[in-house]
Design a protein around this ligand. Sequence first.
Ligand code: ADP
Ligand code: ZN
Ligand code: MG
Length: 474
Amino acid sequence: MFETVIGLEVHVQLNTKTKLFCSCATSFNHKQNTNTCPTCLALPGALPVLNREVLHKAIMLGTAIDATINRISYFDRKSYFYPDSPSAYQITQLYTPVVEHGKLRIDFEDGSHKTIRINRAHIEADAGKNIHEGDISKVDLNRAGTPLLEIVSEPDMRSAEEAILYLKKLHSIIRYLDIGDANMQEGSFRVDVNVSIRRKGDEKLYTRVEIKNINSFKFIQKAIELEVARQREAWEDGVYDKEICQETRLFDQTKQETRSMRGKEEAADYRYFPEPDLLKAVVTDEMLAKYSVIPELPDQKMARFVKDYEMNEYSASVLTSSVEMAHFFEAMMACGISAKNALTWLTTELQGRLKGEMNITNSPVNAEKLGSLVKRIEDGTISGKAAKDVLDYLMENDTDVDSAIDMLGLKQVSDTGAIEAICDAVIAANQDKYEEYKSGKDKLFGFFVGQVMKESKGSANPQTVNELLKVKLG
Ligand code: ADP
Ligand code: ZN
Ligand code: MG
């Protein structure tokens, strides 16, 4: 009779070349404090200038989630002091964000789906990093001023499962749009989970607890389950009002618990006010025309695979599960092969051979190579069985498909003259069987096929062998 209520805030680091308000590079893995300048160090007199690339990416996301893209949006200052932010405020968009009122569809295993509303997506600047080493704490400002898009959902999710489906879908959209790498471990897709409970049927929203910065889907799921259990227990024990307060909690993965980190600030604590150093952000007609044409998204691609390649939904979902997988498959298809073969050779043969750190993005056999290997089966150059040996060889040796086939001597013989000679030799050597066959023992046909294949060391094209033997055995 309880219901879980979840709203999610996701900070996506945008993969622009330069920072949000200055021309420093966004690659913050360089030597500490080298990608900085007076603007991102907040030195007096340095003024921010908006990086237009950020607006372009926001338009792309807004289009993907079917949202309103505000042609004019504004920046605001959120004041707080922390050593990783030299200005002692963060530039964000509170009152008029660039993207509002979007939606995202999540799909359940049973085929049903649900739409989660997205309240807004706004632009903001990231902080630097505090690095604690023993007794010393250092501040690295390479990340300071990196552009983020914060995507805030409505409290529409009713279970940990729904939250994870939403996050996975959003993650995949970011990757398909290529507006960020969305690497959770590295912090380029950071999730804050807001959780409350209420009696089923109740319309009112109860006190929410925010759990910050959990860096894997598995841990997010766990953190939600633990927090829901804590709130329910408090409710059932009659201590809900005393124990559940609006606060920020941390998920401790070793202790498997959520723990209070700090009381949640109210908006008033941040002293928000319009950012006086920046002009309004304008989305021009040209920008909108150009950036609202976005790449095909996972749902659409999946529907198209089902329709165009006559594959089942499960196969299509495997092939669109990540943008890398989808692109790999499509590049294979460009070799002019059948979808069925492309699917098997990618998901069974290649993936079965990718071990340890290997995945399709760093696979020694790329899509073009695997596609041409399949092509060689389809055009009769090699048998499917031989192709597996060729693939084994290609996994270890950097060479092209045709050279590998030559190298291994696996080319199928389709030349009728050569096969005919083998057929004649096999028949001559097995006169007794030939007589039996003639007198009606049809089953022996298979014996002859087998002998010819064996004599040719598997290189004869089986179809040619069959055709020739039919004629010769009469
Ligand atoms: P803040 O930055 O203060 O956390 P935001 O408005 O950016 O506030 O985000 C609030 C998030 O919390 C939204 O995702 C919203 O859907 C969610 N939320 C608000 N009230 C509740 C509630 N009672 N239970 C669960 N989630 C909630
Ligand atoms: Zn800078
Ligand atoms: Mg929050």
